[in-house]
Design a protein around this ligand. Structure first.
Ligand SMILES: Nc1nc2c(ncn2[C@@H]2O[C@H](COP(=O)(O)OP(=O)(O)OP(=O)(O)O)[C@@H](O)[C@H]2O)c(=O)[nH]1
Ligand SMILES: [Mg+2]
Length: 373
């Protein structure tokens, strides 16, 4: 006699397993429920273990011959045929279960795109949402076509962001353009670029204010630009000053620079808010954010600066990064992108925001990574 134990998730599967290895001439002599695997009793799998016995002579009926054996037996007894059918069916299922998972070819393009998004620093949430959207919406044929899936990705991104068009001139009273944002993102430099573009190149009536009057260096920095461009420049220290300066101005545009506020310092933001509240009409507030910001930080910045009620976003330092996914992950359509800046040069390194330009910055070819990883 030969005795063997077989384990499987169900009794039937254990029997099939036993028959595949021991052949048809075996007897089941015991059965018990066991646990297998897991750590410290956790995640263990419940299995059925059967003990089977077989005469030593019947070795010829081995693995692979089971089908034949089963079929033969089925012809002998009519009642056996259903059992045989069931067993063959289970065997088939078992084989599928045990077969190594096939690389799903239709997913390779999706994988490639998701991988490219990861390389472009898109947030985990963004990638997951996109993945589910693609899985729900794309047919297998579409998913198989790299250009279709790339187009879908682009249209998804295009739909998730909005641009504002250029800053408009005030008619009866000046349009007051205020730049707010964290320290060092390029607010003052961008004010200089915009003032040069509107005041010098387009020859509109422009003046510059700064609410960054605590720092001498900041005043000097902007003051120098204003002097070079021969544009009126003043410092603002209070809500009243801001209010009267704006109401007495006869400019078409007033550009207002602010001190960089750490987004953690809400005291500073509240103070700035109080000053800005002095003017209620034609206030055009842009949050300045660097393209190099990590998406979690950018999200934090956007949330905190919301108390200043900005409606537009200027993305700076696009020249300093190759991956703009982190920003694209969190931008949404209720804040409109107004400008991009692409370098330190005043006045040249600024462009009106165009969505397609952001898409052009995405590097979508990451096939190598998928194949090697
Ligand atoms: N590479 C690059 N550098 C930039 C860009 N815009 C501004 N900078 C540089 O970033 C640095 C900070 O710029 P500022 O304009 O002083 O930044 P800020 O936001 O006014 O800074 P604070 O007033 O200190 O908060 C300077 O060295 C700028 O030349 C840009 O688009 N690309
Ligand atoms: Mg500044």
């Amino acid at each position: 006699m030969i005795y063997r134990n077989f384990r499987a998730p169900t009794y039937k599967e254990a029997v099939v397993k036993a028959k595949m290895e021991m052949g048809n001439d075996m007897y089941i002599i015991g059965r018990k429920e066991v646990k297998e695997g897991g750590i410290f009793g956790l995640f263990a799998q419940n299995l059925t273990e059967i003990t089977v016995a077989r005469n030593e002579e019947s070795t010829k009926n081995e693995t692979g011959k089971i089908d034949e054996g089963l079929k033969k037996k089925a012809t002998v007894k009519e009642t056996d045929s259903e059992v045989m059918k069931e067993l063959l069916d289970i065997k088939k299922k078992l084989n599928t279960l045990m077969a190594p998972p096939k690389e799903e070819e239709e997913n390779i393009n999706l994988k490639r795109i998701l991988c490219a998004l990861r390389e472009n620093d898109f947030s985990y949430e963004y990638i997951e949402t996109l993945k589910h959207k693609f899985e729900d919406e794309l047919t297998v044929k579409e998913a198989n076509d790299p250009s279709t899936i790339e187009e879908k990705l682009k249209s998804y991104i295009l739909d998730s962001i909005e641009t504002s068009g250029p800053i408009e001139l005030g008619k009866d009273r000046p349009n007051v353009v205020v730049l707010v944002g964290p320290t060092g993102v390029g607010k003052t430099t961008t004010i200089a670029k915009l003032a040069a573009s509107y005041g010098i190149l387009q020859k509109h009536k422009v003046e510059i204010l700064t609410i960054d009057s605590y720092r001498i260096a900041a005043i000097e920095q902007l003051g120098k630009y204003a002097e070079l461009m021969q544009l009126p420049f003043s410092m603002i220290n209070s809500r009243e000053e801001f209010k009267s300066k704006v109401s007495s101005s006869n400019s078409e545009l007033i550009f207002v620079d602010t001190a960089g506020r750490s987004q953690k310092n809400s005291m500073g933001l509240a103070e700035l808010r109080t000053i800005l509240d002095g003017v209620t009409m034609n206030l055009d507030i842009h949050l300045v954010i660097s393209a190099t910001t990590k998406w979690k930080d950018a999200l934090d910045i956007m949330t905190r600066f919301n108390q200043l009620m900005y409606s537009k976003i200027i993305i700076t330092k696009l020249d300093e990064t190759n991956t703009i996914g982190s920003l694209l992950s969190i931008l949404d359509t209720d804040k409109k992108i107004s400008y991009f800046t692409t370098g330190q040069g005043v006045p040249d390194d600024i462009e009106l925001a165009v969505k397609e330009k952001l898409l052009d910055m995405l590097v979508l070819d990451s096939l190598d990574t998928v194949q090697s990883g």
